[in-house]
Write a protein of this length. Sequence first.
Length: 239
Amino acid sequence: MRIQFGWQRGSTPNPGGLTDTGSAQPGHAPGDHTSGSWVAVAEWVAGPNWGTSFLPRVGSEVLVEFLHGDIDQPRITGQLYNGEVAPPFGGGIDENARHPGVLSGLHTQAHDGSGTQQWLMDDTPGQLRTRLHSSLADSRLELGYLIVHQDTARGALRGEGFELATQGWGNAHAGEGLLLSASLQERAASTVMDNASVVAQLKGAERSLEQMQQTLAQQQVPGLAEYQRTQQLREQIAP
C-alpha cells in the first residue's frame, strides 16, 4: 500500500487522512496521490492461498520498520491508535468506559460509515462471553454470560447460554438431519446426533397412550389415532 511519511505530508492530507502535525513549510510534497511510498504490509500469517488480510485504511497510522536497517526496504509491521483514533473497546486510564479493560476482539466499519461488524470477547472472571455481530438487521450470536451489550459499559444480565437473533430473515438447514433437544447431558461423551433421550421420551409417551388405549377399549370407546402415529414416529427415529 502507499504511505506518506511525516516529511512527505503537505498542508492537506489525503481524504480521510490525519491532519499534518509536522512542519508545513514550503517544499513538502503536495499531500495527494502523487506523493508517497509503496510499502508491503506484514500479516499475522501469510502463505499460498491462506492467511489473514487486514490492510490499513486511509488515515491509519502505521509502524514502519526497515529490513536489515536498509532505508530502501521499508515494511509496515503494525498499526497504531493515537489521539485522533481511539481503540473500539476503551477501558484504560482516563477512559469513560465503565468496564475494567476486559474487552478484546475485532471491530470493523463499512467504508461509508453506514454500519459495523464485531467479534468481541469478554474475559470478566466468572462471566465469560463471546459475541459475533453485524449491524445489518442487528444479526448476532452471543455465547456464555449474556448481558445488554454496550461498547463502553457492561449492561444488565439477561441470562446464561447462547442467543442467536436477527431482525431479518433466518434459516436453519441440515442435509443429514437436525436435532434440537432441551435434555441436559452432563459430561456427554456420545455423538452429536445421539437421540437416546428423545427415544426414551417417545417410548414413555407410547406406554402412556397404550394404557389410555386399553382403558378406552374397556369402556368401548374408539381408540386414539395418535397412538399409532407415535409408534410410527418412534420407529422412524429408532427402528
